[in-house]
Write a protein that binds this ligand. Structure first.
Ligand code: THU
Length: 381
């Protein structure tokens, strides 16, 4: 049961980018430099130091320091907040509802405490509304290290399995996963594709998606209730196990694809291929290799072999992961014939990992390789 929700701050509950830029403009102007919004854009989200020095180098402001800028920010930040609404839509409702539902709520931010506290005020509450507020002053190693989240559950006194993390950046998602806590990724900062590849246990659009949730069971169901739910894979609905795609599972599938490759029968081309598919229903991995033929056209590719094996065993198939192993680099993607067959059983966001014999990986999602598959009209649901 979810007993604690650990929120990252910026990009999750508030969006302080515009505010940071507007204060940044005032800061540089106060030091005699003319600066525009566009000068800041590529230096956002990487911490105060990069933000200030990156922008400074772009406009030739050699004499500014991050300490000076930080003091300037601190002085006017709260005042500026009055004219900027930085609260994410639905954020206030979510924290209030979760608290009312008896869940512990914590902020786990790597920003300075004064800034975290100021940002919290934008949600219309004070810091003690939260059960815990972790800021930069409590952690030594930044995200993607798990420290911040491990500290949070230890202070809150909840088990890892009873907590969830909500994050918006790849490093933040990794911090949650590295702590062994189920992690939800938002697509406020990351592109959906990147969020799906981040390893997060669940991807949702933004925090407002959770604003009507009134108790821990509903939250559990909403976020992770894909268990036993039918999901459209290619041309059919499949009961997916809902198991998150963990690094260990990916590594196991890579190993299986490489070892299947050893059994390739490729006396004509000498080009050996191995493949592994992860079944969405059972979580089992099925392998295949290419099998060539004296009549060349009768050759079967590794991917299709893995798929037919999976179907033979389970009678239906949703592909949650496909790995293809060969020895060329950069690796060749599945042939067009295989892509069409994969399309029957995969989702657009199914990860496809190509690996060479040295273990170098190239990662795609299926829709990168075949964005518009043909699905028989009566099967298009
Ligand atoms: N091959 C595969 O196994 N998968 C693909 O997607 C592309 C090609 C095999 C078929 C043949 O045995 C060899 O590679 C050379 O075409």
């Amino acid at each position: 049961m979810i007993k604690a929700v650990l929120f990252d701050m910026d990009g999750v509950l508030v969006d302080s980018e515009d505010l940071s830029i507007s204060i940044g403009i005032k800061y540089f102007e106060s030091r005699g430099y003319k600066v525009e919004k566009k000068n800041f854009l590529s230096h956002l989200g990487t911490g105060m130091s990069d933000f200030i020095y990156g922008t400074a180098s772009e406009i030739g402001a050699d004499d500014v320091t991050v300490e000076d800028a930080d003091a300037f920010y601190q002085k006017i930040y709260s005042d500026e907040l009055k004219s900027h609404d930085i609260a994410m839509k639905g954020a206030g409702e979510v924290i209030r509802n979760f608290r009312k539902a008896g869940m512990k709520i914590a902020i786990c931010s790597s920003a300075q405490r004064w800034k975290v506290n100021a940002n919290i005020s934008a949600l219309g509450v004070s810091p003690d509304f939260f059960d815990l507020v972790i800021a930069e002053d409590m952690i030594r190693r930044n995200k993607s290290n798990p420290d911040i989240y491990l500290l949070a559950i230890s202070i809150l006194g909840v088990d890892k399995t009873d907590a969830i993390v909500i994050e918006d950046s790849p490093g933040g998602v990794l911090a949650g996963l590295n702590a062994g806590i189920r992690t939800v990724a938002l697509t406020t900062t990351m592109k959906r594709e990147d969020a799906l590849k981040s390893g997060a246990d669940r991807v949702i659009k933004d925090i407002s998606e959770l604003k009507d949730i009134g108790n821990p069971e509903e939250l559990e169901n909403y976020l992770f209730g894909t268990r036993d739910k039918e999901i459209l894979y290619g041309a059919s609905y499949i009961k997916a196990s809902g198991c998150p795609l963990r690094e260990e599972i990916i590594n196991r599938a890579v190993k299986e694809a490489l070892s299947a490759r050893d059994n390739a029968y490729a006396p004509y081309s000498g080009y050996k291929v191995g493949a592994a598919v992860l079944s969405a229903t059972s979580g089992r991995i099925y392998r295949g290799c290419n099998i060539e033929n004296s009549s060349y056209g009768a050759t079967i590719c590794a991917e299709r072999n893995a798929i037919t094996t999976a179907l033979t065993e389970e009678g239906k198939l949703g592909i949650d992961l496909l790995v293809v192993a060969s020895d060329d680099y950069p690796p060749a993607p599945p042939c067009a014939l295989c892509l069409q067959v994969i399309a029957e059983f995969a989702r657009p966001d199914t990860p496809v990992i190509l690996v060479d014999t040295e273990g170098r990986r190239t990662e795609y999602v299926f829709s990168d390789l075949l964005p518009n598959p043909f699905i028989f009209p009566s099967m298009r649901k």
